[in-house]
Design a protein around this ligand. Structure first.
Ligand SMILES: [Zn+2]
Length: 424
């Protein structure tokens, strides 16, 4: 048994100091004072205790791309960021489009991950958009279906996939990108792409596919979840779709809330991600989307790459930045400390709301729930230093930034999966 003493818990918007008793995988008591002998005790000294975070969008790169990231490193990086459940995307080699392929990934997770990882199955074979993945044999073993990394180009293919997913009671989680509208771009098509003389990806590249898909979701009744929304038009479409009663949800990444095209000083690979950082107006629309509930959850799109794939001019670099180890601290620093979002909003969007929209038994801090817990020192300040990342990926444009709100202890099913010994 493990007893966490003197943690501050968020209950009904208030912070209350309590003790938490854990037996095996579960929380068995949360009370103001718990006295128990012969148990391991950690005194949290008034630090903040939240449900372990859930990230529905990570790239763990194995099998197939262990030069970028490994499940061993990625899971420890996620634990350091306070995550206890993550959903690895299927743009792997082999792509988990059959049970046999998925089994390779499941075995690696079983062997190397310190936290819970629930992989996606792909929507199409090899994510090539030509033939369907084996939905039936995958359904019982995957979190949902996605072709993340690319959009499903053919409308009927998306239509049929949604029909099948609805029958199997699984969500379609869509990376929305119309290939005919990428136009060879490497950053947002706007003011900065002109100034930096780079080819731009227009906002419609994302939004037209979301518009198509919400109508397909309406017709099929499928739970349609949009990955990493980045444009104001995407927000408008999703807001209207929700009003119309369509079963659509969406996520936003910390970097799209924090930064926009104007932060791109130089056209280097570190600022290259997909979708790209859009205009200030788009970024403001995303913040408004969080505030009015159009945006349901936060997801990192943790996308590690090898240094040689990112230390390049923007046009030649790979897309993506890492996010697992900086997500909460950045959101806390830029949005909670400044009074734009409440602490509760951010925590919920990283835990309870994720569970609600996907009907998962995680993201709760209650007697009987899994002991998935993150302890955060909200006053602790750190400078983002990629050399200290547990992830193999060092690709972040935020190196050197000062952030507050550092996870110091993470438990997954009662096991300590990350501990900052200097802080506890
Ligand atoms: Zn994506």
């Amino acid at each position: 048994m493990l007893l966490l003493k003197n943690g501050k818990l968020l209950e009904g918007g208030k912070l209350i100091t309590k003790d938490i008793l854990i037996d095996n995988k579960n929380i068995i008591a949360i009370e103001e004072h718990i006295e128990k002998e012969n148990v391991e005790i950690i005194d949290l000294k008034g630090k903040f205790v939240f449900p372990g975070f859930i990230d529905v969008h990570v790239h763990w790169r194995e099998p197939g791309f262990s030069h970028k990231e490994t499940i061993y490193n990625a899971s420890r990086a996620a634990a350091r960021g306070g995550f206890t459940t993550v959903m690895p995307m299927p743009n792997l080699n082999p792509v988990p489009d059959t049970y046999d392929n998925l089994k390779i990934q499941l075995d690696l997770i079983e062997r190397d991950s310190v936290i819970r990882a629930l992989p996606y199955g792909s929507i199409t074979k090899g994510e090539l958009g030509e033939d369907y993945a084996e939905f039936d044999e995958l359904a019982n073993h995957v979190f949902a279906f996605s072709d993340d990394g690319r959009g499903v180009q053919n409308a009927n293919m998306m239509y049929q996939s949604m029909k099948i997913a609805a029958k199997l009671n699984k969500a379609i989680v869509a990376h929305c990108e119309d290939n005919s509208l990428i136009l060879g771009g490497c950053m947002h098509c706007g003011k900065r792409s002109k100034e930096l003389n780079q080819k731009g990806i227009p906002s419609v590249c994302e939004s037209v596919q979301i518009a198509r898909d919400v109508l397909l979701a309406e017709d099929t009744g499928c739970h349609y979840h949009v990955c990493h929304v980045s444009t104001k038009e995407s927000i408008r479409i999703i807001r209207e779709a929700k009003k119309a009663g369509i079963n659509v949800t969406c996520e936003v990444c910390p970097h799209h809330l924090i930064s926009d095209e104007n932060d791109i000083v130089e056209a280097t690979g570190m600022w290259k991600m997909n979708p790209p950082l859009r205009s200030t107006e788009d970024r403001q629309a995303l913040i408004a989307g969080v505030l009015d509930g159009t945006i349901d959850i936060i997801a990192t799109d943790h996308a590690p790459h090898a240094t040689y794939e990112k230390e390049l001019p923007m046009a030649e670099s790979a897309f993506g930045i890492v996010g697992s180890e900086t997500a909460f601290a950045q959101l806390y620093t830029y949005f909670v400390k400044t009074g734009i979002f409440t602490l509760e909003q951010v925590i919920n969007m990283m835990s309870r709301k994720v569970s609600e929209i996907f009907d998962l038994p995680y993201g709760k801090l209650e007697v009987g729930s899994f002991a998935d817990i993150v302890v955060i020192d909200l006053d602790k300040k750190e400078t983002i230093d990629p050399n200290k990342f547990l992830s193999k990926g060092r690709n972040t444009p935020y190196a050197g930034e000062e952030v507050y709100g550092i996870p110091v202890l993470t438990l997954c099913e009662g096991n300590i999966v990350y501990q900052d010994n200097d802080s506890l």
